[in-house]
Design a binder for this molecule. Structure first.
Ligand code: 5IU
Length: 280
């Protein structure tokens, strides 16, 4: 049994460059390549409610991150002009934008939520994520729109195979089912959300996940074990050694009082853990 386990986790030794070559989704290819080139596997969960603070954060830590994760529906002053500014900053500092919208409806509705309304997420987000509770058609709804865009933006869909919150149902058989579905849609799928709160569960996801898929992990902090509101944390090293390819950190950075300094600290912790993993 231990032998099988080691074999199944061989992909943990692959470099991001090697994973980029195996990836078939454009956003996954771009993300693996970008992480290798910039030497950072840090994603920021930019959960400010003021667009000005969001833009300031992006400018401050842009050089240290691979991904800037947004929740545009919490911005009290959302405008497409701010989105244009965010895109400009993302190009200047070379990071990808991930709108953490967690789509979860029937395909027809999700297609409209992705492309229409005031946000027009399809126009600017490299990555969006979906629950697979409604079934696989939700992925097709997004991908049919994404692949028709001719603007050169590398797009893809992240599947919420796990969650970091206490008591989540996204574990065990559900996670396996997510992987089964994602493996039938490798052009569309960038990868997974894999939990930081339970490294043993994360390790299971990583052992069955296709090596061209990226595992992004929320629930990561250096200091805290939880937020008292259901969120549970692992350290960057625990998460990366268990199979996380990109650590998502929110309050550990933007809530610290010194985002610039903390971003560098998390960047180093995440990258050192990655080097330790591929050299193990
Ligand atoms: N997020 C989680 N857990 C999950 C998923 C998303 O925390 O399972 I899916 C989001 C929520 C928040 C960020 O935007 O990741 C984590 O922020 P903190 O590092 O501040 O807890």
């Amino acid at each position: 049994m231990p032998v099988i386990y080691i074999l199944m986790n061989e992909q943990l030794k692959l470099t991001y460059e090697e994973r980029a070559m195996r990836a078939t989704n454009p956003a996954a290819k771009k993300l693996f390549s970008l992480m290798a080139q910039k030497q950072t596997n840090l994603a920021i969960a930019a959960d400010h409610t003021d667009a000005n603070e969001i833009l300031e954060l992006a400018e401050t830590i842009g050089d240290d991150i691979a991904v800037f994760k947004t929740h545009v529906d919490i911005w009290k002053n959302f405008s497409q002009d701010d989105i244009k500014e965010l895109i400009a900053i993302s190009k200047k500092h070379n990071f990808m934008i991930f709108e953490d919208r967690k789509f979860a409806d029937i395909g027809n509705t999700v297609g409209m939520q992705y492309s229409s309304g005031i946000y027009k997420i399809a126009d600017w987000a490299h990555i969006v994520n979906v629950h697979l509770v409604p079934g696989p058609a939700i992925v097709d709804a997004i991908w049919n729109i994404a692949k028709e865009k001719k603007d050169g933006l590398e797009r893809g869909v992240v599947v919420l195979a796990q969650m970091s919150s206490e008591g989540t149902f996204a574990c065990g058989e559900y996670t396996k089912k997510c992987v089964e579905i994602a493996n039938t849609k490798k052009d569309a799928i960038t990868g997974y959300i894999g939990t930081g709160s339970d490294p043993a569960e994360l390790r299971k996801l990583s052992s069955i996940s296709f090596e061209g898929h990226v595992i992004l992990t929320p629930g990561v902090q250096l200091e805290s074990k939880g937020d008292g509101r259901g969120q549970k944390y692992a350290t960057p090293e625990d998460a990366v050694l268990a199979g996380s390819d990109a650590i998502i950190v929110g309050r550990g950075i933007y809530g610290s009082g010194n985002s610039g300094e903390m971003a560098k600290k998390y960047r180093n912790a995440g990258w050192d853990a990655y080097l330790k993993r591929i050299r193990a």
